[in-house]
Design a binder for this molecule. Structure first.
Ligand SMILES: [Zn+2]
Length: 451
């Protein structure tokens, strides 16, 4: 069973090995170009024979690139005015057609360049990404991004138009004005973060006096934060908007703003940047490659196989994912994933490494439906990674259990976490609704799919 009519690239139906093999074919050319033209990679690849980088495994001999490398690289001047983007710029400045900025939420922004070819391939790849997420002819698609210069700005607008949809770029206006635009233009597709989609639904009712679900938005597409991977959050957004489809998406400006998008099956995001990006799954602790297979977990590492202006080799995204499956009823042969957190979020309990998402998974299983899926791990400061005492874990109870029931529940959760992860947590119950999608700066809220 295939729906290949809705596949952007014919090769989306190929199996993953065949798709990756084509990307690997492009590696020798990329490595040669990086070595010869990029200040960031010239030294690192000086002893590398490009023709020997011809298998997925051989990539492991090459160094990773981090966000910090890019930040440092762009602050180093190269050849006077010629390289406005610093050491990672691999073309002459007059070949640049556009500059894009990372959002800079964690530090100063990094700028990326696009040549004419880059811009064309981004537009096409982002088209594939939005088609997978449910955009196309007939879509009246409202984009809520406020700034043109960021990865979710002009590149998203270009990609949405490429699908054949009518773009309504209404971001950057006041919320009441956005609500009126949504109604007047009969928008049927909303592109926004999970928290904005939730907040905006309430605002729409306040401004227009009609519930958001009466407006005709039937598809909601969300990225930029992991919330939409959670069944509860999805159901909430669907209900508020009366939507028949919610698609989670993920991308990053350092690589390509749209690389993963959920198909109509709604069971994890497919890899969509087949022609532009090679993606590895690695063990975040050892850096070793992990095989792409159902149930595998690891950090996503990206290589841009044909980007000209600011290419990256083995860029560590710090996004930690789980593979939901390697095939799908939509006929795509690309892996389906859920993002379960950031590698940066790893905690250390008495010399034991633990992902907050692992705590969450065990705690929720032990609580068997009596608590909300969003939990909170409380830190003393945003920078705290080490815990010598039990890690404070807040859970929102669905009903108000009596004291005895609560005590039993606490014992069950703390016991399960201790037994399965060898980590101690101190559970505190709070009423449902105490905290929403995003925690304050001294806490982290973990959101992940239980599968
Ligand atoms: Zn699918």
């Amino acid at each position: 069973m295939t729906n290949s009519g809705r596949h952007w690239y014919a090769e989306e139906a190929d199996d993953w090995d065949a798709i990756q093999a084509r990307q690997i074919d492009a590696l020798p050319t990329l490595v040669r170009r990086l070595r010869d033209r990029s200040g960031l990679y010239a030294e690192r690849l000086a002893d590398t024979d490009p023709d020997r980088v011809d298998t997925l495994a051989s990539l492991q001999d090459l160094p990773f690139t981090t966000k910090e490398d890019l930040r440092m690289g762009q602050s180093t001047s190269v050849g006077g005015e010629r390289a406005i983007l610093g050491r990672q710029q691999a073309v002459e400045t007059d070949e640049l057609e556009q500059v894009i900025s990372s959002s800079g939420t964690s530090g100063s922004p990094v700028h990326f360049g696009l040549t004419r070819n880059d811009r064309e391939s981004w537009t096409d790849a982002i088209g594939a990404f939005y088609v997978t997420a449910g955009v196309g002819p007939g879509s009246i698609a409202a984009l809520s991004t406020g700034m043109p210069m960021v990865a979710g700005g002009i590149p998203y607008a270009d990609g949405i138009r490429r699908t054949g949809a009518a773009l309504v770029w209404f971001g950057g206006q006041t919320t009441p004005r956005m609500a009126s635009t949504l109604e007047r233009l009969q928008v049927n597709t909303l592109i926004a973060t999970a928290s904005f989609a939730t907040m905006f639904a309430d605002k729409v009712e306040e401004v227009l006096g009609v519930p958001a679900r009466d407006l005709g938005v039937r598809t909601v597409i969300s990225g930029g934060e992991p919330g939409m991977g959670l069944p509860d959050v999805r159901a909430g957004v669907m209900e508020k908007w009366g939507a028949s489809r919610v698609s989670e998406v993920m991308g990053l400006g350092d690589v390509l703003p749209g690389v993963w998008a959920e198909c109509e099956a709604g069971d994890g995001m497919h890899f969509t940047a087949l022609r532009d990006v090679l993606v590895e799954l690695v063990d975040p602790a050892t850096g070793a490659q992990v095989l792409w297979e159902e149930g595998a977990t690891g950090e996503l590492v990206y290589t841009t196989v044909r980007r000209e202006a600011t290419p990256v080799l083995r860029f560590r995204s710090r996004d930690h994912i789980v593979v939901k499956g390697m095939d799908c009823i939509c006929g795509r042969g690309t892996p389906r994933i859920r993002c379960v957190g950031r590698t940066d979020d790893m905690l250390i309990y008495k010399a034991m490494n633990v992902f907050p998402t692992a705590i969450r998974e065990v705690a929720l299983a032990a609580a068997s439906g009596e608590v909300h899926e969003v939990i909170r791990l409380r830190k003393e400061s945003a920078a705290q990674v080490r815990f010598d005492g039990p890690i404070p874990l807040e859970m929102q109870t669905r009903h108000a259990p009596d004291r005895q029931a609560q005590e039993d529940l606490r014992r069950r959760v703390e016991g399960a976490v201790r037994e399965q992860l060898r980590v101690r947590v101190a559970v505190e119950f709070v009423p449902d609704g105490t905290f929403g999608l995003v925690g304050d700066k001294n806490s982290i809220v973990y959101v992940a799919d239980r599968g």
